[in-house]
Design a protein around this ligand. Structure first.
Ligand code: 5AD
Ligand code: FES
Length: 383
């Protein structure tokens, strides 16, 4: 079984039957430990022990869609809706910058209030206030022209999870006005415009079988995103999936390690959903090859209103508290939070290089990173 891990590391891919065998053997003694170790070796070669932070600003909980899994779906009348003003968003960024964040992720439901004009103004204002930071958008499906306007305004990255690369499964998760075809068109358009793009999927969402997971892995190999966000599905009490089983932390981290070996330069977040389903989930993710954390910078008064799923962690904490907590957690497993934009290794930005990109001169680097000396091989594994 370990030879499959070696082959994956060597060739960056396996056949469907080999992946099937590897996933079936997930609980065999020593296999996960070996896979995670190889994923860490590969990750250290490219990203050392750095963990990149992204400050997540959930600026609108309005959504015109009705995805069956999501607590923000429009049919959920129990959800309290809010929008942050441009000033409030800028205030979150200023706070985040002081705490060492150099990437801001603006995320919302699909809220028509935020027209291209309003969004572009916000992006330009953040750009002007923080020229050393990267701006990531996560606004769902929009028109090509809209993506282009926002890129011109200064956004460089876009997160749009594909949710599942399997047609039948996609229809099982969404109402019929949403299609996998359109989702993938959006992803390709973002890539064409020049964004660093993140796709991703939930682990253990209702109707997901092994075939769906293999479709996801093959899609990712072909699409070549800069980032892949995966986290366990967690039911939300006011959705049609309220009574469904949550996804497993163990399978999530196993897949993170597989992705690290498939595409060594990927940005892989240890997601909040992973930290919600297991209190040590994010640490386990980092030890399986994840290199990004996305703590919340939204004002505490709105935190508990942006609930995609039940029991979401950190909804009561100030940004500064989250920052300190993460620093401790990251250090605790032998890694270090890096104060930099944290671009994808090897990605050549299309736009003019801005100040604050990852330094390449080791001397310069010392100013950006604090790296504790902790030996290789410390492990934390989830079953
Ligand atoms: N459980 C886990 N993840 C979820 N998301 C939405 N709803 C849930 C849920 N119930 C994920 C989706 C979406 C991202 C923002 O959050 O994958 O793309
Ligand atoms: Fe808002 Fe799915 S419920 S995009």
């Amino acid at each position: 079984m370990e030879k499959l891990v070696d082959k994956l590391e060597r060739e960056g891919m396996l056949s469907r039957s080999e992946f099937t065998e590897l996933l079936a053997g997930r609980k065999q003694a020593g296999l996960a430990a070996y896979l995670f170790e190889r994923a860490r070796v590969v990750r250290h070669r490219i990203y050392r022990r750095d963990v990149y932070l992204r400050g997540l600003i959930e600026f609108s909980s309005y959504c015109r869609n009705d995805c069956f899994y999501c607590g923000l779906r429009k049919s959920n009348t129990a959800a309290e809706r809010y929008r942050l003003s441009a000033d409030e968003i800028l205030e979150c960024c200023a706070q985040g910058h002081a705490l060492g964040f150099r990437t801001f992720v603006l995320q919302s439901g699909e809220d028509p209030y935020f027209t291209d004009e309003r969004m572009a103004d916000i992006v330009r204002a953040i750009r002007a206030a923080h020229p050393d930071c990267a701006i990531t958008l996560s606004l769902g499906e929009r028109a090509f022209e809209s993506y282009r306007i926002l890129f011109e305004a200064g956004a460089e990255r876009y997160l749009l999870r594909h949710e599942t690369a399997n047609e039948r499964h996609y229809q099982g998760l969404h109402p019929s006005d949403l299609s996998l075809r359109h989702r993938l068109d959006c992803l390709h358009e973002l890539q064409e415009i020049g964004y660093q793009v993140g796709c991703g999927f939930m682990v253990g969402s209702p109707g997901q079988d092994l075939d769906c997971l293999l479709d996801d892995l093959f899609f990712i190999k072909e699409f070549k995103p800069q980032m892949v966000g995966i986290g366990p599905f967690i039911p939300h009490k006011d959705t049609p999936f309220a009574g469904e089983k949550p996804g497993e932390a163990g399978l999530t981290v196993f897949l993170l390690a597989i992705l690290r070996l498939m595409e060594p330069g990927l940005l892989l977040p240890a997601t909040t959903a992973l930290g919600t389903i297991d209190p040590r989930g994010r640490e386990a993710g980092i030890l399986a090859g994840a290199n990004v954390l996305m703590p919340n910078l939204s004002p505490v008064r709105v935190r508990a209103k942006y609930l995609l799923y039940d029991n979401k962690i950190c909804t009561g904490d100030e940004a500064a508290e989250c920052r300190i907590c993460l620093e401790k957690r990251v250090r605790g497993v032998g890694y270090a939070v890096a104060v930099c934009r944290g671009d994808c290794a090897g990605f050549k930005p299309v736009r003019v290089p801005l100040t604050g990109e990852n330094p390449s001169d080791p001397k310069e680097m010392e100013k950006y990173y604090v790296r504790p000396e902790i030996p290789e091989g410390r492990g934390l594994y989830l079953s």
